[in-house]
Design a protein around this ligand. Structure first.
Ligand code: B12
Ligand code: SF4
Length: 588
């Protein structure tokens, strides 16, 4: 069957994304077009290493009448280039349609840099159908389609703006059958669109994208489908902020808890606003109990003035601390905090305040669950900072963001900080917070470490802690083995049970010197002498704890040491080895 419309997801620029994520925006548009009777194809080139010729070859094979791209601030250059290439290769009969998040803030620029025939501005499900009807079925002039920009001779025509879609439940779920190998992707959903806030570095709230949400039943029905497809699964809820309507968020959590908690087959992620959670603290338990495994929080800065300039009026450092602490105590494994370097009026002092704040979150407020990333202030088109940088003590050095990619390269400076200062600070921030996180690992309770290993094993979630286990090979090995079944930790075993089990060593580097044996490669190094070294040597998995006692009693016969004393010592040594991730226990 020939393809009417082919959507193409272009590769990202940087080596930044580890996970393969479905492009929900395009899936929604494709599903809608397909339900409207078009044959739709999808070419996902989000993996690195795809060449232009390969993309053109695939498009030639599919021979579509229309090709579509999703445009964001970063890929508008490559999509622009690709559209011109396609027009050269296939002529003007091939129609090119653009849409995506950058459509609202920079429509002129997108059209200027590309050969697109039409740009869909805002949500695309219904608009794309009408554009296709006009261009492919001759249903009527483009001028009658709301929410687009199209070419007319050398000029651009903007049609009447389209209102955001109110009834999100009416949209079909994004159809994963468009993905060549759906199981390779980390699934995601959108439970609500738009944002009620108006942060000055973001365009979401300013562009008329008022907040709307799906019904809890509709959301849970989509998750059910994903659980059916994937089995136990980690799902990202990609809303701008999941807690925009806290009462709705609570209802969603309630339903998720009822449906998925008994089966323990769902772990989910969402972004939250701390000021909302502070007002509705019941969200904390509701989220954790319904299977939230990771949340993202826009902390941005540790400086109140900067937060005020961002118009994050109720997101104050002490509110962040309070909410991060609450999620931590409730047992949320991963609290992912975002920071921005180079904010309004940023000074060397405010940078230090932010770094100190991040380290405090890592080491004192949420050790074992705090994770973070830092990016540069990147004034996107449509944001207040981009339009009035002078009001924010921000100098935009590169308004076209030619040097920026993934917010990973600085494009601004302030009165007291150069681009270099901001750049170098961000990398120091990353390094020092990394050290802070690492410094907590040796002190974390075993349960916290096991949780990180467990969510990695069961749901493929790699947290900052799991990632850093590699720096402690003995711990990494231990967490790989314990919990995988069969091999147990000793902390929950009574002394009698401990003696009944067969202690077996983690393969770890050891160093021997005369009577002393050191076990290396763990969060703390372990040095054993005399009897301790003997016990460690006998933890080969061949003797039970009780048999080790018998063995040592025979060895020490005639020295006056009683079997009771040896038993006590063996138990103590086994506990010590266990606490230091040096042994685990088998039951035969
Ligand atoms: C998940 C996500 C990612 C994921 C996956 C990308 C994806 N789009 O799925 C990853 C991690 C890869 C990513 C990366 C980036 N992201 Co991002 N991301 C998001 C997030 C959180 C959710 C996207 C989503 O699923 N939206 C829901 C769908 C339904 O909305 P949508 O994608 O806008 O699609 C609708 C319309 O735009 C339109 N549409 C979309 N595509 C098309 C195509 C055609 C042909 C048509 C007709 C219509 C159409 O119809 C869709 C349905 O109504 C959004 C925030 C948000 N809530 O949207 C940010 C967001 C899209 N990301 C953003 C940015 C800036 C980036 C980066 C450029 C930089 C960065 N560091 O984050 C990178 C660059 C990627 C690249 N090209 O190299 C900005 C985009 C702003 C802009 N002006 O470009 C957003 C809006 C966040 C924000 N508020 O600033 N992102
Ligand atoms: S940063 Fe988040 S909360 Fe602020 S306007 Fe953007 S999406 Fe909304």
């Amino acid at each position: 069957m020939s393809t009417d419309i082919l959507l193409v997801n272009l590769p990202p620029h940087e080596s930044y994304y580890a996970d393969k994520v479905p492009h929900l925006g395009m899936l929604y548009v494709m599903t809608s077009l397909s339900e409207h009777g078009y044959t739709v194809g999808y070419l996902d080139c989000a993996e690195r290493g795809v060449r232009r010729d390969q993309i053109i070859g695939k498009i030639r094979e599919a021979a579509p009448r229309m090709v579509g791209f999703s445009i964001d601030t970063d890929n508008l250059f490559s999509a622009g280039n690709m559209s011109r290439t396609l027009k050269r290769e296939f002529g003007d009969d091939l129609k090119i349609i653009f849409g995506g998040p950058a459509s609202q803030g920079q429509p002129d620029e997108i059209m200027r840099r590309s050969a697109a025939d039409v740009l869909v501005i805002g949500e695309g499900e219904y608009t794309a159908r009408e554009v296709a009807d006009s261009l492919l079925r001759g249903a009527g002039p483009l001028g009658e389609v709301e929410g687009i920009c199209y070419r007319d001779g050398d000029g651009l025509v903007y049609t009447k703006a389209r209102q955001p879609i109110d009834d999100l439940d009416a949209l079909p779920f994004p159809d994963y059958r468009f993905l060549a190998n759906p199981l390779d992707y980390k699934p995601a959903i959108i439970s609500g669109r738009g944002c009620p806030f108006k942060c000055t570095f973001c365009f979401e709230g300013r562009m008329g994208n008022r907040y709307r949400h799906r019904s809890p039943e509709n959301i849970v029905a989509e998750i059910e489908k994903l659980v059916e497809l994937y089995g136990p699964v980690y799902i990202s809820i990609n809303d701008d902020t999941f807690t925009s309507n806290p009462k709705h968020a609570l209802q969603v959590c309630d339903l998720l808890k009822k449906r998925f908690r008994p089966r323990k087959d769902l772990l989910w992620f969402a972004e939250v606003r701390v000021d909302v959670v502070r007002r509705y603290p019941e969200l904390v338990d509701a989220m954790v109990e319904s299977g939230a495994g990771r949340i993202q929080i826009g902390v941005e800065s540790g400086d109140e003035e900067i937060l005020r300039a961002y118009k994050r009026l109720n997101v104050k450092p002490h509110v962040v601390e309070d909410v991060v602490g609450r999620f931590h105590r409730a047992g949320l494994p991963s609290i992912y905090c975002g920071f921005i370097a180079g904010g309004p009026g940023e000074t060397p002092q405010t940078l230090e305040t932010t770094l100190t704040f991040a380290k405090r979150l890592a080491t004192e407020i949420a050790p074992g669950s705090f994770e973070c990333f830092a990016s540069f202030l990147t004034p996107l088109a449509g944001t207040e900072i981009r339009e009035h940088p002078d009001r924010f003590d921000v100098r935009i050095l590169d308004p076209d963001l030619l040097t920026s990619s993934n917010f990973n390269f600085p494009v601004t400076e302030t009165a007291t900080l150069s681009r270099a200062d901001i750049n170098n600070f961000r990398w120091r921030f990353i390094e020092e917070v990394d050290q802070a996180i690492c410094s907590t690992i040796p002190k974390l309770p075993r349960g916290a470490l096991v949780t990180h290993a467990d969510i990695n094993r069961r749901f493929g979630v790699t947290t900052a802690y799991f990632d850093r286990f590699d720096r402690f090979p003995r711990l990494r090995e231990y967490l790989k083995m314990v919990g995988a079944g069969g091999l147990e930790a000793g902390d929950e075993l009574s002394d009698d049970d401990l003696l009944a089990r067969y202690p077996t060593r983690i393969t770890a580097q050891t160093h021997m010197r005369e009577e002393t044996l050191s076990v290396l490669g763990g969060p703390t190094s372990l040095t054993l002498n005399g009897l301790g070294a003997r016990v460690y040597a006998l933890c080969s998995g061949k003797l039970s704890g009780a048999e080790i006692v018998e063995h040592l009693t025979r060895e020490l016969e005639g020295t006056g040491v009683s079997q009771a004393a040896i038993t006590k010592d063996v138990v103590e040594f086994l506990r010590d080895l266990d606490n230091n991730y040096a042994v685990m226990f088998k039951d035969f």
